[in-house]
Design a protein around this ligand. Structure first.
Ligand code: SF4
Length: 469
């Protein structure tokens, strides 16, 4: 499905390199591969061993990093970030990496995820005299590091990390070290690779492939990796770490060519489609997927049912993203501009339309309508995940609870609203089984589906998520 019009957005992607003369250039390519995780702002900070220097701006990777700007970024280490703004809002100052200079040295931060206790920590820090440069939750870590009473930088970072609650994949760079930290639940993906003698870290493994880096392993929940010219050291900063990887990374966000915890995303989605075929067998003529993220599940559904897969919907790749505004009216217009039904495929046919999720329902209604306008005699909607009934507090913009159509409506009510002939959601068990994980649902966060979140949610965070919008 199309993030800009669906109202379901990832907040960020991070990428880092240590020990390569083309660190900034590699980071550019890495961020380009992660662009689907955030399109509103991007930045790169480099270290040449004595100073940190950064370039950032609001826009796409290809727009911000011109040849002139790239030429400024010399050094053998770099961290980069792509951002989608929700928590803390947009604006140049919130574009990451955040860069801090002080007499004791410089520090750059790039963060993917969302801290659920950021507001209470901010209040405490401000009461102690901290002045925040941004409205982003990510900055809290820099202040906690600076205020830590420990003498050694690694202890300062570990102590600061132990105070954070929520989802975080952090890259922290000083003049002579790159530190990589993942929250105690490992809510967001983060992997390590090598390129010759250099180390590379990225939110998704697809960013390694583009630069020819060799995957080593995933960062573990509660792990702090310290990379410097002496090599790599792993430490654990959280005692109680239990894995709870975001299920939506598999369902929707990550690129199909990425692997998360050893599971290929395309294969996971295809298996979800196969499970749907068992749970929702439908007598139909063609199967079609909503491009791009639902194609894999649609192929799986078609393969398992024997109904031919056809390209019944096509995406117009050349619509400028500036046309798509986050308002309901323009979102509806956006569907028409971005998707077209292929009359030659669907006319006179009973169509199974596979989609990965339903957020507000508006987009699904428009797509069902597009297919019917193009002559489909029946449109059966099958969704390769369970109904999203709850907001996400960990860095995915799923809209407020009030905006989520499944929060207070039954499947039959949603079917009527979107105008489908039938509507089926994949069961939670089916979704988990599709990943082939032996530990069942235990290794995943399913909060937006079940309402059971892996961390405590703080009252000020709840207020924000239930009142905004
Ligand atoms: S609540 Fe949903 S979107 Fe958020 S981390 Fe959990 S599974 Fe992912």
């Amino acid at each position: 499905m199309l993030a800009e019009i669906k109202g379901l957005n990832e907040e960020c992607g991070v990428f880092g390199v240590w020990g390569h003369q083309d660190a900034a250039q590699l980071t550019y390519y890495g961020l380009h591969a992660l662009q689907h995780r955030g399109q509103e702002g991007t930045g790169i900070v480099v270290s040449d061993g004595t100073t940190l220097k950064g370039v950032k701006g609001e826009g796409l990777v290809t727009e911000i990093f011109t040849a002139d700007r790239m030429a400024e970024l010399t050094g053998s280490a770099a961290i980069g970030h792509v951002r989608y703004a929700t928590a803390g809002g947009g604006g140049y100052e919130n574009v990451q990496p955040l860069l801090f200079h002080s007499q004791s040295g410089s520090l750059a931060l790039a963060h993917n995820g969302n801290l659920v206790n950021a507001n209470s920590l901010k209040h405490q820090l401000e009461a102690q005299g901290s002045i925040f440069q941004t409205s982003s939750d990510s900055e809290v870590l820099a202040h906690l590091i600076r205020r830590s009473g420990f003498a050694h930088k690694n202890d300062q970072v570990k102590n600061a990390l132990s105070m954070l609650k929520g989802a975080y994949a952090y890259l922290i760079m000083t003049e002579n070290e790159l530190m990589v930290a993942l929250d105690p639940h490992g809510l967001r993906p983060l992997s390590l690779a090598c390129l010759g003698d250099a180390y590379v870290v990225a939110s998704e493994t697809c960013a390694f492939d583009v630069i020819g880096a060799e995957y080593i392993r995933d960062i573990q929940p509660g792990e702090l990796l310290i990379i410097n010219d002496n090599g790599l050291k792993s430490e654990q900063f959280a005692v109680n770490s239990t894995k709870a990887m975001c299920m939506m990374e598999y369902v929707y966000f990550s690129r199909p060519d990425s692997n998360i915890l050893g599971v290929n995303v395309h294969t996971a989605r295809k298996n979800m489609g196969k499970r749907l075929a068992i749970e929702a067998p439908i007598d139909a003529d063609v199967v079609t997927g909503v491009p791009d993220s639902s194609i894999s599940a649609a192929i799986g559904y078609a393969e398992a049912t024997g109904i031919p897969y056809e390209m019944g919907l096509i995406k117009n790749k050349y619509v400028g993203r500036t046309f798509i505004q986050p308002t309901q009216a323009l979102r509806e217009q956006g569907v028409k501009m971005k998707l077209s039904a292929v009359r030659g495929v669907v006319e006179g046919k009973r169509v199974v339309m596979v989609d990965d999720s339903i957020v507000r329902g508006t987009t699904s209604r428009r797509i069902v309508n597009l297919l019917k306008e193009a002559g489909a005699t029946e449109v059966h909607v099958v969704i390769s995940s369970p109904p999203i009934k709850n907001p996400c507090f960990y860095g995915i913009d799923t809209a407020t609870k009030e905006e989520l159509i499944a929060s207070d409506k039954s499947v039959e009510e949603i079917r009527q609203i979107i105008g489908a002939d039938s509507l089926t959601f994949l069961s939670t068990e089916g979704m988990v089984a599709a990943l082939g994980q032996t530990e069942g649902a235990n290794g995943f966060c399913l909060g937006c589906f079940t309402g059971n979140y892996p961390t405590e949610i703080y009252p000020d965070t709840l207020q924000y998520y239930y009142q905004r919008g």
